[in-house]
Unconditional design. Structure first.
Length: 422
């Protein structure tokens, strides 16, 4: 291609690009001038505002049903949660009190036992039965000899009165008689010992609990003191915690303490049974035992337990049912029912203290402080899918009653009818 043609094409492209840029600039200026004219027109601005207001109006979808409860301002004791373990109140090794062969083992590991009634093991009675018979025969012999010595003593007593016997003969006979009396007492004591051993051939549980280990089996020979089984108590159980020295001074025997068993997800009332005054120097903690009732047999030794201990002076705080608090990784929220007609407003909160079925909470912003007040209605059920300022209504009573299983005094569906039903 000649140099002349190449220069011509370059010139044509440059002219076309110039006209294109000029057209774009003219178009932009035209749009800008049109927009300036529009926004300066009062009638057009009024039309736009009306359109936005209309867009913000409710869409007409039905109000979401919710179940509500009351927030309360009440004294709250600051508390600290401590983790520990369940410990048996009684744990012991039951041993044999007599010597002999095990004829029957009546329990296995894990078997429940009842104090004074459950026979753990039975020992062969044969040899003890023979020993008792032999001892009874010995007593009969000694008794016969004792009667003979008593007759001789009575005869010498008469001779003594008649002065036909010496004091020495009488004294010897009296000593012989007293010796037989002592031998009879000794023989009777030996028989009592055998009778007591006879009663203990059946090894019985000393307290109610469970067998956690079996040391012997059928046919094994036991000596006095040989271990038979290990048992732990039931009915009552300890939750043992290591309490910091800053808290232990505020505790006392009999103080009520709530203990949550993590694996069961249940909280049990308890009371402080023991405060050990000798603690760990390194951690500066002291062992504290909280006694719990375990009548249903749900609590087992070794389970993880969390106890709430008082940690300061009581303060007035807002509390809500734990059902009202929605906890997510980014924080906790309580939804408040307010207004006429009813709408739902979320309040970001910090959970301060867990008080069994209620939580002590603190709003995190000023608007939340105004909404979450004493007596405010908080949503217990139905808040999971709500949006801010969404219309709501009180849940139908029949549906609420069918779903609700808790404390009727606090979170029973409100007696107020829905606004749209009045």
């Amino acid at each position: 291609m000649s140099e002349y043609k190449q220069q011509s094409r370059v010139i044509v492209a440059a002219v076309a690009l110039t006209f294109l840029l000029a057209g774009a600039g003219a178009g932009g200026w035209g749009v800008y001038a049109w927009w300036e004219k529009k926004i300066s027109d009062p009638q057009w601005k009024a039309e736009q505002n009306a359109t936005h207001v209309e867009a913000r109006k409710p869409t007409g979808r039905p109000a979401a049903p919710v179940r509500v409860g009351k927030a309360r301002r009440e004294p709250v004791q600051p508390a600290k949660r401590l983790v520990g373990r369940l410990r048996a109140i009684h744990r012991t090794t039951i041993g044999s009190e007599v010597e002999g062969k095990v004829l029957v083992m009546n329990v296995e590991e894990g078997s429940p036992v009842q104090a004074g009634k459950t026979v753990l093991a039975s020992i062969d009675k044969t040899w003890l039965k023979l020993a008792r018979r032999k001892q009874q025969a010995s007593i009969e012999v000694i008794t016969a000899l004792l009667r003979k010595e008593k007759a001789n003593l009575d005869r010498l007593e008469e001779f003594r009165k008649q002065k036909v016997t010496t004091e020495r003969e009488y004294g010897d006979q009296l000593a012989a008689y007293q010796q037989k009396v002592a031998e009879l007492k000794e023989a009777q004591a030996a028989l009592d010992d055998l009778d007591e051993k006879w009663k203990r051939l059946d090894i019985v549980a000393t307290f109610s609990g469970w067998v956690i280990r079996r040391h012997v089996d059928t046919g094994q020979w036991l000596k006095v003191g040989s271990p038979v089984v290990d048992i732990v108590s039931r009915g009552q159980i300890y939750a043992e915690m290591s309490v910091p020295e800053s808290l232990v001074s505020g505790l006392k025997h009999g103080m009520p303490i709530n203990v949550t068993i993590d694996v069961l997800g249940r909280t049990f009332p308890g009371k402080i049974a023991a405060i050990t005054p000798y603690g760990s120097t390194a951690s500066r903690t002291y062992p504290v035992r909280v006694e719990l009732s375990d009548e249903n047999g749900l609590l087992m030794v070794g389970m993880s337990a969390t106890a709430i201990f008082p940690a300061g002076i009581s303060q007035e705080q807002i509390t809500v049912s734990r059902d009202a608090v929605i906890i997510k990784p980014d924080g906790a929220t309580v939804w408040v029912a307010r207004g006429d007609p009813l709408i739902a407003s979320p309040v970001a909160v910090e959970v301060l203290t867990r008080l069994g079925e209620r939580y002590s909470v603190k709003p995190l912003d000023p608007s939340g402080v105004k909404l979450l007040t004493d007596g405010a209605e908080v949503i217990l059920e139905g808040a999971e899918r709500l949006k801010p300022d969404q219309a709501i209504r009180y849940m139908d009573r029949d549906l609420a009653d069918a779903k609700w299983l808790g404390d009727t005094t606090e979170t029973q569906p409100s007696d107020k009818p829905a606004k749209n039903e009045q």
